[in-house]
Design a protein around this ligand. Structure first.
Ligand SMILES: Nc1ncnc2c1ncn2[C@@H]1O[C@H](COP(=O)(O)OP(=O)(O)OP(=O)(O)O)[C@@H](O)[C@H]1O
Ligand SMILES: [Mg+2]
Length: 304
C-alpha cells in the first residue's frame, strides 16, 4: 500500500490527467498535421482551413497554416495579407524559414508553400534532408499544422492523406461535388489509409442540417458498400453569405462575423475533431514534421 498522503495521490492524479490532456494536441512535442482536401474545386477548403485555424488558435493552440495548393495558392489573400516569399525561397536558400512565415494573428502563422513544394522534388537527397531539417523547426512553433491541399483526384491527394495525421475531405451538397468526394475516397483506397489516420468528412454550404446529414449518409453508405469503409462525418457548415462578403473584403469570415451561423458550425467541428483525437490520443501518433514533409515530397513527386 502507498504510504503517501491521500492529497498527494490526488494531486498526482490530477497532474497526470492535465498532462494527458495537454498531450492530446502536442504528443511528445510533435504537432499534429491536418490536411484539408476535396474532389471538386471551390467547395470552401481554404475558408474552412483558415476558420479551423482561428478556432484552434482561440483554444490557445499555436497553428501553422500551410498553403499547399499546388495550383492556386491564395490563403494569404483570404487572410488579408500578401505573401512576398514562399517555400521556393527557402528551397533556393535566399530566405530563412522565419522570413517566409507570415504572422496572421497571435497564434497563427502562414507558411506559403505553392511552387516551393514542387521545387523540392528536384533537390538531391542531401539538400532535401536539409530542407526537412529546417522545416522541422516549425515543431517549436506549432501545436498543429493545418494544410490546404487543393482540389482534385490526383496522386497529390493520396500523398497528402498519407503524410498527414488527419485528413478532412470537404464536399458541398452539389451532385458533382458529392461524386468527386466519393472519387477521392476511392482513389485513397477507402476511408482507412494504411499509414494515415482515418478520413473525415465536412459538408460545406449546406442549406440546413437535414440536407448535410443526407449528403454525408449518401457518401458514407456508398463508401461502405463499395470500398468497405466510410469517412467519419465531422459535421457541416451552413451556407452563409457572410463568407462571400468577408472574402470580398479580404477578411477572415470567422473573425469578421464570429457569431455567424457558419462560424458556430466551425466551432462545433473543431470540438468534434478534438473529441475524436482525445478518444485515441495514442493511435495514430503524430509523425512529426520531418516525416510529414518527407512523405509528402516523396508521395507528390518522387514515386512514379
Ligand atoms: N459555407 C459557405 N457559405 C457560402 N459561401 C461559401 C461557403 N464556403 C465557401 N463559400 C464561398 O465559396 C467560395 C470558394 O471558397 P474557397 O476559396 O474556400 O474554396 P476552395 O475549395 O478553397 O476553392 P479552390 O478549390 O479553388 O481552392 C468562397 O469565395 C465563398 O464565397
Ligand atoms: Mg482554395
Amino acid at each position: 500500500m502507498s504510504d503517501k498522503p491521500l492529497e498527494q495521490d490526488q494531486a498526482g492524479d490530477l497532474r497526470r490527467i492535465v498532462e494527458k490532456k495537454r498531450q492530446v494536441l502536442r504528443q511528445k512535442g510533435r504537432p499534429k498535421t491536418l490536411a484539408i482536401l476535396s474532389g471538386k474545386g471551390g467547395v470552401g477548403k481554404s475558408n474552412v482551413a483558415i476558420a479551423l485555424a482561428c478556432a484552434f488558435a482561440d483554444k490557445n493552440k499555436q497553428v501553422v497554416l500551410l498553403d499547399a495548393d499546388l495550383g492556386m495558392a491564395n490563403l494569404d489573400i483570404l487572410c488579408g495579407v500578401s505573401a512576398k516569399y514562399n517555400l521556393s525561397h527557402l528551397v533556393e536558400g535566399s530566405r530563412t524559414l522565419h522570413e517566409i512565415l507570415l504572422p496572421i494573428e497571435k497564434n497563427i502563422l502562414l507558411l506559403p508553400g505553392g511552387v516551393g513544394l514542387r521545387e523540392m522534388a528536384d533537390l538531391d537527397d542531401d539538400a532535401l534532408s536539409r530542407i526537412f531539417e529546417t522545416l522541422s523547426g516549425l515543431e517549436q512553433l506549432s501545436d498543429l499544422l493545418i494544410l490546404d491541399a487543393g482540389a482534385g483526384i490526383h496522386k497529390g491527394v493520396r500523398a497528402f492523406a498519407q503524410a498527414a495525421d488527419t485528413t478532412v475531405l470537404v464536399t458541398t451538397p452539389e451532385p458533382t461535388s458529392i461524386r468527386d468526394a466519393y472519387g477521392v475516397i476511392k482513389s485513397l483506397g477507402g476511408a482507412h489509409s494504411s499509414q494515415g489516420g482515418d478520413l473525415m468528412l465536412i459538408v460545406n454550404m449546406a442549406n440546413n442540417q437535414r440536407e448535410a446529414y443526407d449528403v454525408a449518409e449518401r457518401i458514407r453508405m456508398a463508401s461502405m458498400q463499395f470500398l468497405g469503409s466510410a469517412p467519419i462525418f465531422l459535421g457541416y457548415i451552413l451556407k452563409d453569405n457572410n463568407i462571400e462578403r468577408a472574402v470580398r473584403m479580404r477578411r477572415i469570415f470567422y473573425r469578421l462575423t464570429p457569431s455567424s451561423a457558419a462560424a458556430a458550425c466551425v466551432r462545433k467541428i473543431t470540438d468534434e475533431i478534438i473529441r475524436l483525437w482525445e478518444g485515441r490520443p495514442v493511435k495514430p501518433e503524430p509523425k512529426g514534421l520531418k516525416a510529414f514533409f518527407a512523405r509528402l515530397t516523396r508521395g507528390l513527386f518522387r514515386e512514379k
